[in-house]
Design a protein around this ligand. Structure first.
Ligand code: C2E
Ligand code: MG
Ligand code: MG
Ligand code: MG
Length: 288
């Protein structure tokens, strides 16, 4: 019986592999349509600064409102978009939408409020990126310093020289560059020297285990002190409680992103999140 069970298992495994390949192919086709039909939308997650007790800007995160399913998340469809090449159109949609939103915030808030946008390796490798950003800046009239682009170590590995070249051109225009998920890629400290960076984002996998896990604490402290010495801003991402805020603030990191301050939400709901939290009560950091 063991033998036949084993055989069944193999059959089941085959079917599920086949199903997941089929689903991927289906999503690939549907994603192209979704981009054209504007079934994608952006949610925004604010970054909070404990030095000024205020929100400083937002990260734009893409969602797919699939007509037959629920909302689909980027971890499922970004790899598909990269494989099929539709990431270029998708990326342009995100850039455009996020910058138009930043211009609206500028009118509403009467103060600087940046937007940070995730780039994919394919976008950096594509010749259209810089001309597209130039056109978009012209058309929207957005002040360049309100735009921040997020890249990851793993995506830069593909072609480091090209990445340095493209990011340097963008940086020279006044656009900010942020290194996302820091500490999870094949970190090489030489990247920090080569890349024209403004900001490091400490990955949530370290933040998760803080406070408590001595290794994560040591890694976080090292990243913060390195960022400070290199003159880079540092953000802790995936912040879920006040104890994490306390730890990071005590060790020289004052910028935060995570559900503790606000989940990612549509621009309309974001204003409500601000009302909930401003002014942020510093005493909650001391009492816990
Ligand atoms: P990321 O850039 O590191 O974004 C942070 C992710 O952490 C987001 O997931 C966010 O919803 C989640 N997050 C925020 N606060 C918390 C928290 O307190 N706890 C936990 N556990 N998670 C939190 P999301 O939106 O599913 O995005 C996943 C990844 O997809 C992003 O990681 C980014 O790499 C990619 N992505 C998202 N939007 C875009 C886009 O427009 N273009 C490209 N190329 N990639 C994107
Ligand atoms: Mg990001
Ligand atoms: Mg991240
Ligand atoms: Mg990521």
């Amino acid at each position: 019986h063991a033998k036949s069970m084993g055989r069944n298992k193999i059959v089941i495994f085959h079917q599920s592999m086949e199903e997941s390949i089929k689903r991927k192919e289906k999503l690939k086709v549907e994603l192209r349509q979704a981009i054209n039909q504007k079934d994608l939308f952006l949610v925004y997650q604010p970054q909070f600064d404990t030095r000024t007790n205020s929100f400083r800007g937002c990260e734009a995160l893409v969602r797919w409102d699939h007509r037959q399913e629920h909302i689909i998340f980027p971890l499922e469809f970004i790899p598909i978009a990269e494989e099929s090449g539709s990431i270029i159109d998708l990326g342009e949609y995100v850039l455009n939408e996020a910058c138009e939103q930043a211009m609206q915030w500028r009118d509403q808030f009467k103060q600087d409020f940046y937007v940070t946008i995730n780039l994919s390796a394919k976008q950096i490798a594509h010749k259209s990126l810089i001309p597209y950003i130039d056109k978009m800046i012209k058309r929207t009239g957005i002040p360049v310093e309100l735009i921040e682009l997020e890249v990851t170590e793993s995506m830069l590995m593909m072609d480091m020289d090209r990445a340095v070249e493209v990011l340097s051109i963008l940086k020279a225009k006044g656009i900010k560059i942020s290194l996302d998920d820091f500490g999870t890629g094949y970190s090489s400290l030489s990247y920090l020297k080569k890349l024209p960076l403004d900001k490091l984002k400490i990955d949530k996998s370290f933040v998760n285990d803080i406070p408590g896990d001595k290794d994560s604490e040591a890694i976080a402290k090292t990243i913060i002190s390195m960022a400070n010495q290199l003159g880079l801003e540092v953000v802790a991402e995936g912040i879920e409680n006040a104890r994490q805020v306390k730890f990071f603030t005590e060790h020289g990191c004052y910028l935060f992103q995570g559900h503790y301050f606000s989940p990612p939400c549509r621009a309309k709901e974001l204003i409500k999140q601000f009302d909930n939290i401003i002014p942020f009560d510093k005493s909650s950091l001391l009492s816990s």
